[in-house]
Design a binder for this molecule. Structure first.
Ligand SMILES: Nc1ncnc2c1ncn2[C@@H]1O[C@H](COP(=O)(O)OP(=O)(O)OP(=O)(O)O)[C@@H](O)[C@H]1O
Ligand SMILES: [Mg+2]
Length: 388
């Protein structure tokens, strides 16, 4: 499916700004972005409930914009289920086939098949008000799938469920997708949800698509500082490029495509001092950039790390706040050599996450006010934005 240059305004307010996406057949594709960024509007345009001001939507090369929703073979699952309260579970699921006047003898086995797919065989005769939230959502999914659409559109389908059930339903949704193999377009503002099930994700903000990529690409190589901030936790600093050297070979030759040129840049960051970072973007001394490092990429220890590697950045600091949460501890560290922030006159805190792999793992042993060493490889930091 292709969405090309789709724009939409409500009055003076531009909700979608020349959005273009190519979604592959059978893909689990997510639209991820904060509230109000235009996700639902884009989904409604694809479904046919809304028309764009300009732009194109094609399925298998065919322009679908002139078609009404029921002729597009794209069915939607909504957040609020939208079940018919007076119909039973099986009557709800049968509904799309009934209005298409399929023969009864054909409908019954099909309904059973789809109730089985969503694991509701035992609930066929219940009314929606006798079901849990997760079960209602499964009815809605079965009903959206029974007339075999080409695309299933899901608009925050799990947001009414509690966190545990949401996790569970997400796995089920993924399994259903694997079984039936049609395209899923999944709208969410929850980055964890999007990262865990999507083949690819489009990150949106204010009507623009900022990046399209696999969960790994979006997380590890965010295209903009908005994407970096929106996905996962991040330390983010404004920096000035101090020097740039071309590397004879990439720092990690095994995972870097052989035709890419990698540079080792040194950045001056007022809150940190000088740091090293590898980059494939061409940057020049004097340029202002945004530098990021994920908290889990930073190694924290009470002992001074011993290494001769030139790519390691070292800092000394004090634990300002440790937050223990069982499987990990998050530390806020005050960097010793840092200049205070010019606005707050406070030294900047850098976030570090330490996973607890073993009982003996250092982590709970590092406590408030401890002097610690932080280190990370130049390869783990990332330049996300060139300012000028
Ligand atoms: N029919 C409408 N008339 C006027 N403004 C609208 C209409 N539909 C949506 N909007 C506005 O367009 C913007 C995008 O709305 P949309 O529902 O697409 O956002 P969203 O990304 O789905 O947000 P959420 O995560 O909160 O569901 C919002 O500012 C909203 O107020
Ligand atoms: Mg929405």
């Amino acid at each position: 499916m292709v969405v090309e240059d789709v724009s939409k305004s409500f009055g003076d307010f531009k909700v979608l700004n020349e959005v273009s996406l190519g979604i592959k057949k059978g893909e689990f594709f997510s639209l991820l972005g904060p509230s109000g960024c235009g996700k639902t509007t884009l989904l409604r345009i694809i479904a046919g409930f809304e028309s764009p001001d300009y732009g194109l939507v094609t399925f298998d090369g065919v322009d679908v914009l002139p078609l009404p929703p029921n002729r597009r073979q794209a069915n939607t699952v909504f957040q609020n289920y939208a079940l018919f309260p007076h119909l039973t579970v099986s009557e709800n699921v049968a509904f799309p086939l009934r209005i298409k006047r399929h023969p009864k003898a054909e409908i019954a086995p099909k309904v059973n098949e789809y109730l089985k797919l969503v694991q509701l065989e035992g609930h066929a005769h219940k009314k929606p008000n006798q079901l849990s939230g997760g079960q209602k959502q499964r009815v809605a999914i079965a009903r959206a799938l029974i007339n075999e659409p080409r695309v299933l559109l899901l608009d925050e389908p799990l947001s009414a469920l509690d966190a545990k059930l949401r996790q569970h339903m997400l796995i089920e949704l993924d399994q259903i997708h694997d079984k039936i193999g049609i395209t899923f377009i999944y709208v969410t503002h929850d980055q964890q949800e999007a990262l865990s099930v999507s083949d690819r994700i489009a990150v949106m903000n204010q009507g623009n698509v900022l990046q399209v990529g696999t969960p790994h690409e979006i997380y590890e190589s965010p295209a903009t500082d908005f994407v970096a901030r929106f996905i996962g936790e991040i330390n983010l600093f404004e920096a000035t490029v101090a020097r740039v050297d071309k590397l004879d070979q990439p720092l990690l030759p095994a995972i870097t495509p052989s035709d890419t040129t990698e540079y080792m840049a040194e950045l001056d960051i007022p809150e940190l001092g000088r740091i090293k970072v590898t980059t494939v973007d061409e940057v020049e001394p004097g340029q202002k950039v945004v530098f990021t490092i994920r908290p889990e990429k930073i190694v924290i220890s009470k002992e001074k790390p011993v290494t001769k590697r030139a790519d390691i950045n070292f800092f000394q600091g004090t634990v300002d706040e440790p937050i223990y949460s069982g499987f990990q501890t998050k530390f806020y560290i005050k960097i010793a050599q840092a200049a205070p922030d010019k606005n707050t006159d406070q030294k900047v805190l850098i976030r570090v996450i330490k996973q607890h792999a073993n009982y003996s793992d250092e982590g709970p042993d590092i406590v408030w006010k401890d002097e610690v060493y932080l280190s990370w490889s130049a390869n783990d930091g990332y330049i996300v934005g060139v300012k000028e």
